[in-house]
Design a protein around this ligand. Sequence first.
Ligand SMILES: Cc1ncc(COP(=O)(O)O)c(C=O)c1O
Length: 429
Amino acid sequence: MNHAFHQTILHESSWCEISKSAIHSNVENLRHRVGQSVLLGVVVKSDAYGHGLIPCAQEFLQAGADWLVVNFAYEAIKLRQAGIAAPIYVCGNVSAPQAPAVAHPQTRLAIYDWEVAQALAQAGQAGGFTVPVHILIETGTHRQGLTIETALELAAAIDQLAGIQLEGIATHYADIEDTTDHRFAHQQLAHLQAAEQAFRQAGHDLKVVQSANSAATILWQQTHGAMVRVGIAAYGLWPSKETYAKVLQTFADRGEGFIPHLKPVLSWRARVVQVKPVPAGGYVGYGRTFRAPYPMTIAVLPIGYHEGYDRRLSNLGHVIINGMRAPICGRICMNMMMVDVTHIPNVTVGTIATLLGQDGEEQVSAEQLASWMGTINYEVVARIHPSQPRYLLDDLASETLFSSDFPPAQTPVQTPVPSERSARSMSLF
Ligand SMILES: Cc1ncc(COP(=O)(O)O)c(C=O)c1O
């Protein structure tokens, strides 16, 4: 807990802390994994997995990422508007009407549609540049992508257009993080390799063949190709227990593999807004689902399911206050929740609760929240509402990369990330 920093944001009732040192450490780990000759693409879609798009994108680039990967056209446009010149790859759907706004000589687009290709070519010609595209190959996920034959037809048609250029082919794995049996993923890679061969035989100069997400990047070097698209691991979170188990298994079996030391980037905190006694037999919250078995003290936190704290955590999860676990009592409301602090000394209005992250010896991980909620760590962080200000903590100087003590105790320099709240106050100037 960084008390000096917290003194500088007394006006915030809840916020997220984004650790620069964790970002740099994760990127260094991933760079170590892929080496210098593979492009390290970091996925910053979905508001950088809930961590804050622009500041995280800038920090990932500063830490050594080569490309940024987004899903939608609007995300690429936001990055460009923020002055980011680095290569961007748009891996999701872009429609023909969106082409003029997103077309850019350094923005690569995933493509599987002739109309979109034409629209991009027109936009490129109008702007006097060439739009690089990557054709998506269907290898078994059945989400986006074309059969090899259809992909070759699209590539041949693209070759006839000015303002657009085929740069690569790509696919995405269906079943790599959900299992320790990677035979299906191996088949998908083999199919991509067959596509690559067919493209080269047809005379296409593919600069980038890409498929690897975090799990593939960590587990399986053959997937790296020319570029990896790493999302969750860059935020310091493991893709799954299975991925972790597989890494350990490979290491134990053959003494090979790569065990990254991932450091969670995000902590989520809120201030207690009220402390109140509840008599024995008193109820807490909607539906009276919690009844005090003895006289209790309850703290109210200004966070609810609107802010992204899942209602499924009602009567189930806990937060950390003054280094101790405070179980959730009753239902999570839309903008509030109540926690039991009977056993915790010195809880007053303003005391900080940690919803996700570490306080003293205790930690609530995204994986812990996910397992309580019946979901995955991706969803936990990606659904933290934009109303929660993200503060990028300049804790680099205070921590050696790869050290295990996180968060550090020194004073950070904080960079407020525009959120709904801070954007409103900033517009006053
Ligand atoms: C096409 C594509 N590539 C890469 C990723 C990154 O995956 P991960 O976060 O598991 O690294 C995603 C995430 O959903 C994706 O959709």
